[in-house]
Design a protein around this ligand. Structure first.
Ligand code: UN1
Length: 542
């Protein structure tokens, strides 16, 4: 087996229509490139140009997952005892390498998941920002000195790593989100097994190699490719075998609940970032043009494939017609296509055929609910294409933008996340009605309110139950140093990013140091101070 840094990328003999190479990809376990134990593989395709193959990757087995977990366990003691500022230096190197390679990674990511180059640029930047933030956090990772209630005794708190972390992320944010997880994990001294998303193995392989180039010791991050139901499930099941100390997952609510149950019965820590049906409220005092921009971006940017994408658009009845006419004008003209070949597109392809199938099922639900379709016609084909579509529709997996109105709380499509370019529109009678509707879905990830009434903005902030809220801003737009996560069906309360994520990858260790040379009992040997008898009369002072 070859060390990950000893080779270039192995090019396969596949002729792609765009001339881009197909790569033979590997797992990386203890710094070594390896195939799956049974030799099985899967291919990664460009969803914006299906004839373009990015390469072939191991379909990892249970044995492969276990081998990666053992490697992470073996690497743990030495990484955990590496000084945190040194761990931070390695992370800083990762950030600098990402900066140097940014342009290539942006193109690779756009090619593998069909997201626009502009958005891929933003996302690689988010991974860089995360590295730079946690480089310096390695010089803090503060604990406290705490006063003891007894003399000649000191108390301390230390942050300790959890151990081996299983990392499972979705392919819609295939670079920022694994970095949100693994960078704080390794900064705290943990080691990781990273199950790459099935639809972005090449990008994951490239990122894991960069991590090693940055000086990461072997076994600290181990990469395994494969299916969620295969390698991903084996990684979760490892909690039942005592092989993993933490699972961090971004993905759907049903899968997150299953992971939470497995972790829960084993008392293994779980970070769960799950779905959303994010509401955006528009009130009459809002700058309507600005609100239209925000709702349009939140609904259709990334082809609606963010967990923070707009779900229910809740509009006050007094501005409903004005808002909707401006909104629909933009929706109908949406520029769509492969951003690697066409300039100025708002969104590209779906992440894969599987995401497209699930999206079409979501549209069927809207139809069955009796929601009124204002725009949209399912999958884009050469015979069925919106005017803004650029290129050959048959080449990739593209969807029309969709808008449904007359949606109400009795409908399933009000409550369920539909991952893709669709917005469900709800009319509200007044602010209280709008706020109630915004809280009525089972989810609580992101939320937004457009208003120029300060009291309304205040009441929205305090009344909404969500992990994140935008005032006069869209539902998306997390930054690397602000806590990211949800409540209700959107997660288990764990947070990513900033100082808050450190809670998810460390535990507090309380240490007391008895210097008196004798046994002093807390509570029982504490000196008691008697109160003085007071005789002053306070009653005539006012
Ligand atoms: C996700 O969709 O899983 O705030 C993450 C945002 C992005 C992150 C989304 N920065 O929408």
């Amino acid at each position: 087996m070859t060390h990950v840094l000893e080779t270039g990328f192995e090019i396969m003999e596949i002729q792609n229509p765009n001339g881009s190479p197909a790569i033979k990809g590997y797992n990386i376990i203890a710094g070594k490139l390896s195939q799956s134990s049974d030799g099985k593989t899967f291919m990664s395709h460009n969803p914006a140009w299906l004839d373009d193959s990015l390469g072939e990757f191991p379909l990892s087995t249970k044995d492969d997952v276990h081998e990666a977990l053992v490697a992470a366990r073996e690497a743990f003691p030495s990484w955990a005892s590496t000084p945190a500022p040194t761990r931070g230096q390695v992370i800083g190197n990762m950030g600098r390498l990402l900066m140097e390679r940014k342009e290539d990674l942006v193109r690779l990511q756009a090619r593998e998941i069909g997201k626009t180059m502009k958005e891929c640029g933003g996302e690689i930047q988010e991974a860089i920002d995360t590295c730079l933030f946690f480089q310096s956090e390695g010089r803090r990772l503060y604990g406290q000195t705490v006063n003891s209630e007894l003399p000649d005794k000191e108390l301390f708190t230390y942050r300790r790593p959890l151990g081996v972390c299983g990392i499972i992320n979705a392919c819609n944010f295939p670079s920022a989100v694994p970095f949100w997880k693994m960078i704080p994990a390794i900064m705290c001294g943990n080691t990781c097994v990273w199950k790459s998303p099935q639809d972005s193995p090449l990008l994951s392989f490239a990122l894991a190699r960069i991590m090693h180039e940055a000086g990461l010791p072997n076994g600290v991050i181990n990469l395994i490719h494969g299916k969620g139901s295969g390698a991903g499930q084996h990684l979760v099941d490892a909690a039942d075998l005592g092989m993993v100390d933490k699972i961090s997952f971004t993905g759907s609510t049903p899968v997150g609940k299953m992971i939470g149950e497995t972790c829960g019965r084993n008392l293994v820590s779980a970070s769960l970032e799950l779905g959303g049906k994010n509401p955006l409220v528009v009130m009459p005092s809002a700058n309507i043009e600005n609100a239209v921009e925000g709702a349009y971006w939140a609904g259709f940017g990334t082809a609606g494939q963010r967990c923070t994408s707009l779900g229910n658009l809740i509009i006050h009845e007094d501005v409903y017609d004005d808002f909707m006419s401006r909104f629909m004008e933009k929706v109908m003209a949406t520029p769509i296509g492969d951003s690697m070949r066409y300039e100025g597109v708002l969104y590209g392809s779906m992440l894969s055929e599987k995401y497209a199938d699930d999206f079409l099922k979501g549209l069927e639900m809207c139809e069955a609910d009796g929601a009124v379709k204002l725009w949209g016609s399912g999958r884009v084909t050469n015979e069925n294409r919106p005017t803004g579509f650029q290129g050959e529709a048959g080449e990739g997996v593209y969807m029309w933008p969709h808008v449904y109105e007359n949606v109400n709380e009795d409908m399933r499509c009000f409550h369920e996340e539909i991952f893709g370019p669709v917005v469900t529109v709800v009319k509200a009678k007044d602010f209280d009605d709008a706020l109630r509707l915004a809280n009525a879905s089972p989810f609580g990830l992101s939320s937004a309110c457009y208003t120029n009434d300060r009291l309304e903005a205040f009441r929205f902030k305090t009344g909404i139950k969500a992990g994140m809220t935008g005032i006069n801003n869209s539902t998306t737009g997390a930054e690397a140093h602000l806590p990211f996560g949800g409540v209700k069906e959107s997660g288990n309360g764990s947070r990513e990013s900033g100082i808050w994520v450190i809670e998810s990858y460390s535990y507090w260790h309380a240490v007391n140091d008895e210097l008196s040379g004798k046994l002093q009992l807390a509570q029982m040997d504490v000196e008691e101070i008697e109160m003085e008898e007071a005789d002053a009369d306070y009653s005539g002072l006012a």
